[in-house]
Design a protein around this ligand. Structure first.
Ligand code: CTP
Length: 401
């Protein structure tokens, strides 16, 4: 489930349920959404603007007449920015004003000025909810294309019992997720490994490689944006977790990566092995720093690491497996060889060197699968990752059909 980079305008009107909207902002941001909050004047009697500002990480607007805010992002710009408008809580008053097409405050003006679909989460006393005026206004808004979410029935803040409770934050969040329809990987669990592995020699030295993790992180971001629930297993890299990624597990060695990947993959539909897993590790890891023996060579004995992809493909219930192959020469042959040998569904191969591959912003890939291939020409890693995800989604559907 993801709302990565989705732009949601949350309108908060004056009801006690406004406190639940604080939680809603957090839950929307958990899924990667960008949230901007506007409040009516009466909403600020229930929750301070500073609370929403801290939770959304964005300035909160409470008035049409704030010159500074208008200079930063004018209300028309804000109306255009929004992909969805959710009014939560929506009081009887704001519902009435919206139904009438008023534009007497910021929220109502934004709703009129925006082409974004409007969602309303009513919250009010059960007697008010049952009033024919409120129901008539909602009928009008529905006719104009608005979607009414809830309300739920139950105990109310005022002590009454009945219909009028605002839906819970997670229910509202899920309604917004569903409103964006289905991404290519919607509903699928995807595990991505990224970055290098470090194999310790002693407390201060290790064997590593030049993988930056950028390609794997871009794949994780693209999969999340395509609607997947993503777990990212990261080797030692200094990269921020991409928006929308549900879980990140940091590891150091190949053995740790194998444990984390196998555990995450027990529930996964797709595994993308973008990590540059070290093939060998020192047989003995010295507990203390090794001292130089002047004049003598040092021989380091290495043991073979487990192959994570191969161990996944050996399982009877295995996810769809996508490997990477970084090659300096004879790319097609080596990549097809790895596709077969490791029992993969797809492999993404690239030529390293010549300004491409490790530590670079750009990359180029050739995808191979049984009976086909696709060329993804040189471009930035984010674009390439989105193209890769599209191919993975296609091949996944064919494989599962
Ligand atoms: N891989 C893995 N476990 C390992 C080594 C590699 O899962 N111990 C995965 C990588 O994440 C990648 C793919 O295998 O998706 C290809 O890795 P690569 O190092 O190119 O393959 P090797 O089998 O090590 O081949 P080479 O002889 O080229 O090193």
């Amino acid at each position: 489930m993801s709302l990565a980079h989705r732009r949601i305008l949350l309108g908060v009107s004056g009801g006690i349920a406004a406190y639940k909207s604080c939680e809603l902002v957090r839950r929307l941001r958990d899924l990667g959404a960008e949230v901007r909050v506007v409040m009516t004047g009466s909403a600020t009697h229930f929750v301070g603007a500073a609370t929403f500002q801290a939770l959304s990480g964005q300035p909160v607007r409470t008035s049409l007449w704030d010159e500074q805010a208008e200079a930063a992002m004018g209300h028309i710009e804000l109306a255009r920015w929004a992909e969805r408008i959710l009014i939560a809580p929506a009081t009887a008053d704001v519902i009435a004003r919206l139904a009438q097409g008023h534009a007497d405050d910021l929220i109502t003006t934004l709703c009129l000025a925006s082409a974004a679909p409007l969602y309303l989460a009513p919250a009010m006393n059960q007697q008010m909810w049952a009033h024919p005026a409120v129901q008539a206004n909602l009928a009008t808004l529905r006719r104009h294309g608005a979607t009414v979410l809830g309300p739920a029935a139950g105990e109310q803040a005022c002590g009454d019992v009945g219909s009028g409770r605002m839906l819970e934050p997670l229910e509202l969040r899920d309604a917004l997720v569903a409103s964006f329809g289905h991404g290519e990987l919607a509903g699928l669990k995807v595990v991505v490994s990224a970055g290098p592995t470090f194999e310790d020699i002693d407390p201060v030295r290790f064997i590593g490689n030049r993988s930056s993790g950028k390609m794997g992180f871009a794949v994780a971001a693209a999969a999340a944006a395509a609607g997947a629930q993503v777990t990212l297993v990261a080797g030692p890299v200094s990269l921020a977790t991409p928006q929308g990624v549900m879980q990140r597990i940091d590891v150091r060695s190949a053995a740790q990566m194998q444990v984390a990947v196998l555990e995450a993959c027990a529930q996964a539909d797709i595994y993308v092995g973008a990590a540059a897993v070290g093939d060998y590790r020192p047989v003995c890891v010295a507990g203390q720093k090794l001292k130089k023996q002047a004049g003598a060579d040092l021989v380091l004995q290495l043991a073979e690491n487990p192959d994570i992809l191969a161990s996944l493909s050996a399982q009877s219930k295995r996810p769809f497996l996508v490997g990477f192959a970084a090659e300096t020469h004879d790319v097609a042959n080596y990549a097809r060889g790895k596709l077969e040998r490791k029992g993969l569904d797809m492999i993404a191969a690239n030529q390293v060197g010549e300004g491409l591959g490790f530590e670079t912003a750009d990359n180029a890939l050739t995808l191979y699968w049984h009976g086909g291939e696709a060329e993804l020409p040189r471009t930035d890693k984010a674009t390439l990752a989105r193209q890769l995800v599209t191919h993975v989604a296609e091949r996944y559907k064919v494989a599962r059909a």
